[in-house]
Design a protein around this ligand. Structure first.
Ligand SMILES: Nc1nc2c([nH]c(=O)n2[C@H]2C[C@H](O)[C@@H](COP(=O)(O)OP(=O)(O)OP(=O)(O)O)O2)c(=O)[nH]1
Ligand SMILES: [Mg+2]
Length: 138
């Protein structure tokens, strides 16, 4: 008999945090899923939360900023062998606080051009393409 291992989709709020044409990245720890890759900060949406609420909470917990302006950019579902994620990706264009890795994770600001050279989780390629499109000169 064939068994299908497909747990429910994990809904994740992800922030593309922009300041002076650069984007904030955080290094996922080697112990995490997709560890050792750079990510756009964010995390799982909890029961009863809206996505903007989850985004604000996660960005506060992970990089110590408060979102003051954001807009939805795209949604992306991706099936890793071990789980499926629904990435709910928001552009964060205004925030307060100076970002730092509150969980000890290294942070970096990357230009849009640099994004193609950086190792991201496998799901992220369409996000990078969308950001490049967004920032492309006319
Ligand atoms: N934050 C973030 N997660 C991503 C990206 N790309 C990608 O595939 N993911 C996946 C990795 C994880 O399976 C999931 C996010 O979960 P997470 O580990 O950040 O969740 P969390 O912050 O709530 O952390 P935890 O408390 O469960 O450790 O989404 C990305 O760019 N940013
Ligand atoms: Mg996270």
């Amino acid at each position: 008999m064939q068994t299908t291992v497909q747990n429910k989709v994990v809904h994740v709020a992800v922030g593309i945090i922009v300041r002076q044409q650069q984007i904030l990245l955080a290094l996922r720890s080697s112990k995490q899923h997709q560890g050792g890759k750079w990510e756009f900060p964010g995390g799982k949406v909890e029961a009863g939360e809206t996505v903007p609420q989850a985004l604000n909470r996660e960005l506060q917990e992970e990089v110590a900023i408060s979102v003051s302006q954001s807009s939805p950019l795209m949604q992306l579902e991706y099936a890793y062998p071990e789980k499926t994620v629904l990435l709910d990706i928001w552009l964060v264009t205004e925030f307060s606080g100076e970002p730092h890795g509150r969980e000890g994770q290294p942070l970096r600001w990357a230009s849009v051009a640099e994004l193609t050279e950086i190792p991201f989780p496998d799901a992220n390629q369409p996000i990078v393409a969308r950001i490049q499109q967004l920032f492309a000169p006319e």
